[in-house]
Design a protein around this ligand. Structure first.
Ligand SMILES: [Zn+2]
Ligand SMILES: [Zn+2]
Ligand SMILES: [Zn+2]
Length: 705
């Protein structure tokens, strides 16, 4: 590859041969300037300067180490030349490029920045011949830099924006400006704790406006689009309102839902979710059993709803199950008043509990029962007493122990003592891992990762009911969905984190589809599930959807029925974040597709053509390319694993996402253990592996040999 180390021509004519130090007057004098002026091409100029100043090989770690040990001396030489020739574009451009190259090394970078490197780069922006070199060095420095340097660079955003406005049709200038802004501004707006003042000083609305314009240009390169997308993701963290306030960007995001590349679609989905957080309502958690029973007695469901319920099986619908459960419960209570048989009462309750969420209440037992008739104050107080009766029976079977655990767990759940419910459930699973209700209890915990791991296993448990299964699926969708969205919004340049996040979304979509197969039309979480399903469908399958979105019709029909049922029983259909997101995507989609069809086609081509390697390839050819290649190049002669000198923006292959799903329970995770037999199957733990073995052994043996 041609580059500054190609020492074939442009040898400095008057350099001293007596050692490494070039006298100060030489490099500040006119002769030196004349020599440099004779050299043409940036590669050649940098080569000339390296030679002239007798710099060690900057492509090698050992060369950078030599600069370390002699930094002050080398810096003084270069800086003298820079300041004495501050109007000589070749000299200052070449010297800045050399400094940029040194920035690969963190220690050198920090020293250079402390010496005022950024301020020395900026004058290059105003000279035609050094403009691109200046932008290139700035982009290179942001690739490697930490927050301090990026804060410093972000201060110069107005200059970069001005260049974008002055040269709207220069793809190279726009690509480099957007890359630099994405790195610098992106790191300032995502830093925790959030620094409102600093972010405000960056005028994000204007940044987003110009970056959006650049992204929409037919000349925009794939690097520009990737960095633009990454800036949008960064903006979703603390300033989603700035995205929402920019209609062209929202339209661009809607069109992006149809792009083939999954990372583009996910960027758009995250943006839509985040901009709908403000103004959204909490999910409806309140449930009034008596009001529901009251309504059911007073008003019949409209015919269309009754028909849908009949198709599913009216007696299995949530509403009727609740009514029947209430009846069964009062019968069981009457029995226990008569026979005082807590064992029998426990048996009845255990069966009711796995049938519906609202089975045993905290309400007080009516006062006309004496403590002798009912030895408990509230209905839920009966649960531990019955559990004890079941456990202590002389001929207690394993099934009795399951029921006793269900009663104890339910007691904690009813009392909102979730941590105790989880501890008890975990202990019960050790005794019998086949009861889905135990995993259901863990699914009530606040921790998404813990809940997801548990409910995925619960979905594989043999002893289950459709109510328990529906809840497990509901929780699997919400937890995986949230983890996926958060992961995408906060993933750094780590492909593993990114792939794992997409695996979460895929898992959530699978479970939402499964939910529709299991849950009744009047299920309490139906609307939530449909809203998630639509959002997830855009993320995972947006590129395959028809323009009229006919694929979403069955889900929207479910939503409409669910909405009518809510209305009928007097439960408001809340404006949740997922509802607003889903509705906004559907609303924007037709217009965005019409307006942005060429953009979608172009992005597809850009992403198809772009290499999937970790290296950023320059997509806009220019005369500075050799220099750009040199800036990116670093040979580690000692075989030491170097810090990646390129900025990596994850490009995800959908197939690789499969590596982040448990082969047995399909739990998405980046921490799975490989099967040692075939090294292909992956598992959460030895429990999943053992459970899968009967099915996996045939494949494992052929794959392993
Ligand atoms: Zn980058
Ligand atoms: Zn698993
Ligand atoms: Zn295997």
């Amino acid at each position: 590859m041609p580059g500054p180390r190609n020492r074939t021509k442009n040898r400095p004519r008057n350099h001293t041969d007596n050692g490494s130090v070039v006298s100060q007057s030489a490099s500040t004098g006119e002769a030196f300037a004349n020599d440099v002026n004779d050299v043409n091409g940036w590669t050649e100029i940098v080569e000339f300067l390296c030679e002239y100043f007798k710099l060690p090989d900057l492509n090698k770690r050992s060369g950078l180490k030599k600069i370390h040990s002699n930094f002050s001396e080398i810096y003084r030489k270069l800086n003298n030349a820079y300041t004495s020739h501050s109007v000589n574009e070749k000299i200052i451009g070449g010297i800045v490029a050399i400094w940029a190259k040194m920035c690969v090394d963190a220690v050198l970078r920090n020293r250079l920045v402390r010496e005022g490197l950024i301020e020395k780069i900026m004058p290059l922006m105003d000279m035609p011949s050094t403009r691109v070199v200046g932008l290139m060095t700035l982009a290179t420095v942001t690739h490697h830099s930490g927050l301090d340097v990026n804060i410093n660079i972000a201060k110069h955003t107005p200059t970069l924006l001005r260049l974008m406005e002055e040269f709207p049709d220069n793809p190279r200038i726009n690509e480099l400006a957007v890359t630099t802004i994405s790195h610098a501004v992106g790191s300032v707006i995502t830093v925790d704790p959030y620094d409102r003042k600093r972010v405000q000083s960056l005028d994000i609305p204007n940044v987003l406006r110009l970056v959006t314009n650049a992204m929409r240009k037919p000349t925009s390169s794939v690097m520009l689009v990737i960095h633009g997308m990454s800036l949008v993701t960064a903006a979703t963290r603390h300033v989603p309102g700035n995205i929402k306030a920019l209609p062209p960007l929202v339209s661009l995001m809607a069109a992006s839902l149809r792009v083939n590349d999954i990372s583009v679609r996910c960027t758009a989905v995250v943006a839509f979710i985040r901009i709908n957080q403000d103004g959204s309502e909490e999910e409806n958690r309140h449930f009034d059993f008596h009001a529901l029973m009251d309504t059911l007695q007073r008003r019949r469901f409209p015919d269309n709803i009754s028909d849908v319920m009949r198709d599913y099986g009216t007696s299995q619908c949530e509403t009727w199950l609740l009514a029947r459960t209430a009846q069964d419960q009062s019968n069981a209570a009457m029995n226990v008043v008569k026979d005082r048989d807590l064992h029998a009462y426990g048996n009845a309750l255990a069966e009711i509990i796995v049938r519906t969420e609202f089975s045993v209440s905290n309400e007080e037992v009516p006062a006309y029962f004496s403590p002798e008739q009912l030895p408990f104050k509230t209905w839920s107080d009966a649960l531990p007493l019955c559990a004890k009766a079941l456990r202590n029976a002389r001929d207690a079977t394993s099934l009795d122990l399951d029921k006793a655990d269900i009663l104890d767990i339910k007691f904690f759940l009813v009392r909102a003592r979730i941590p105790e419910a989880i501890v008890h459930a975990e202990r019960a699973i050790k005794r019998n891992p086949h009861v889905a209700y135990f995993y259901y209890a863990i699914g009530w915990g606040p921790d998404h990762a813990q809940a997801l791991r548990a409910v995925k296993k619960g979905l594989k448990a043999k002893q289950t009911t459709s109510f328990v299964k529906s809840y497990l699926l509901f929780r699997a969708v919400v937890s995986a969905g949230n983890m996926g969205v958060t992961g995408l919004a906060t993933a750094g340049p780590d492909e593993k984190e990114y792939s794992q996040s997409i695996a979460f979304l895929m898992s959530a979509l699978d479970d939402a589809e499964e939910y529709f197969k299991v849950a009744p039309p009047d299920a309490r979480y139906m609307a939530t599930m449909v809203n998630w399903y639509i959002v997830l469908t855009f993320a995972i399958k947006g590129h395959e959807l028809n323009e009229d979105l006919r694929e979403l019709k069955p889900a929207l029909k479910r939503l409409e029925i669910s909405r009518q049922i809510s209305e009928h029983i007097g439960v408001p259909y809340r404006k949740t974040q997922m509802r607003l997101t889903q509705e906004m995507m559907g609303r924007m989609w037709p217009k965005a597709l019409k307006e942005f069809a060429p953009t979608v086609t172009r992005y597809n081509k850009l992403y198809d053509d772009a290499p999937r390697g970790p290296k950023e390839e320059r997509s806009v050819a220019s005369t500075e390319d050799d220099l750009a290649a040199w800036l990116d190049d670093l040979h580690l002669e000692d075989g030491e694993e170097g810090r990646d000198t390129h900025c990596v923006h994850p490009r995800i292959n959908s197939n690789s996402v499969e590596l982040y799903r448990c082969s047995y329970c399909r739990n998405p995770s980046a921490a799975l253990k490989k099967c040692s037999g075939c090294t292909k199957a992956r598992y959460c733990d030895s429990v999943c592996q053992k459970s899968h073995w009967s099915e996996h052994k045939a494949i494992c043996k052929t794959a392993g040999s």
